[in-house]
Design a protein around this ligand. Structure first.
Ligand code: HEM
Length: 110
């Protein structure tokens, strides 16, 4: 069953665009990882400074294997380098874990 792992990244006000650019130029190393089902980078629109990287995986084992793999290191090789203002782009991050519970999508009416 699909699991959801969210990396919640807090960035200073000035760091958001830099974070988005880094993801736009990301390594792509995760894309062929066994059990990877996709990710989305979500930008806050309500004044918060926390961005969410929502990733989906086949199971806990697949996620754990990626985190300890060379692909994870490669995908994060530049993540710690200073941003345009000399400070780190991310000031903190934490991982949140979820599993799908109840879902809905619109039914098509024709
Ligand atoms: C120390 C904590 C982390 C920080 C500060 C961080 C930050 C970043 C940054 C800035 C990038 C853009 C690429 C780059 O600049 O090299 C990136 C890539 C990525 N991050 Fe993280 N990250 C962290 C941990 C995680 C975790 C635990 C997950 C999963 C829940 C995750 C998911 C991703 C994904 C899917 C990519 C794209 C990688 C690829 O294209 O291969 N990150 N991260």
């Amino acid at each position: 069953m699909t699991i959801v792992k969210i990396n919640a990244i807090t960035v200073p006000e000035t760091g958001g665009d830099e974070l988005a650019q880094r993801f736009a130029a990301r390594a792509g190393a995760v894309d062929h990882q066994d059990g990877f089902e996709g990710f989305e980078l979500l930008r806050p629109t309500d004044g918060r400074s926390t961005w969410l990287v929502v990733t989906r995986w086949r199971d806990e084992e697949a996620f754990a294997a990626w985190v300890s793999s060379p692909a994870f290191a490669h995908g994060h090789a530049d993540a710690a380098r200073p941003g345009a203002d000399g400070g780190p782009v991310a000031v903190s991050s934490e991982v949140w874990s979820f599993e799908p519970s109840v879902a809905s999508s619109p039914t098509s009416s024709s």
